[in-house]
Design a protein around this ligand. Sequence first.
Ligand code: FE2
Length: 241
Amino acid sequence: MIYEDHLRGTEASGWTIDSIRWDAIDRGIARDEPEILTGLRDAAMIEGYLPTFAPRMMLLLWDDVDATAILSMELYEGLKHYTALRRYLEVVGDRSSELSEKALVDARGGTHGIRYERTSIIKYLTHFMCSELFAAHFFRRLADQTREPVLAQLLGFMTRDELRHSAGAGALLKKRIAADPKVVDEIIEAAENFRHYGSDVVEIPLAEQNDFEAIMAMNRKIRQLCGLSPTEHLMEELSNG
Ligand SMILES: [Fe+2]
């Protein structure tokens, strides 16, 4: 069962909210990195969007028991990330985070009109898988950039979580390819037209800006699943005129 493997990974992830050394945060360094704090605020907003995004996906995938279980994990860990990011911003004394609860509720409210069609399940699953991969690369980049050690550790944990989430979505897609190999074309098309679900709530997710490494990782992931990456597919199309 797909879920059981991923649940095991989640349970073994080894970090809890109390394992973060909140008292050891160096506020001076953290406040000296305003761009990183902006990134954390955006990330918190995206993670805090999961209570409306994940149920929408679950309702779409209600008859795929593994998918609903994988999404429950995403919801649980997404809110764990949201909670940790908010706590970090609060400890640092980031004034903008005082508004974040209202901002988050407003952002969630702005997504009420979004409807997902059953006929596009593959597209949404692919976008979900790629969004998680982009999140992993985004957190990894911030972990490399920050000079604040507690944040670097937290981002390291979250990077690994996001890689697992992406792998979970990949396993769901693999099951669908095994059932119907034709879905490969839909996956490649969805990857070529990738849209980060975080852009429902954040104007331009920082994760999407020129993230060459994430784009290459997405190519590799799609190639693993489909035998062809979006870039190769594009080149094939060009050479076919
Ligand atoms: Fe995630």
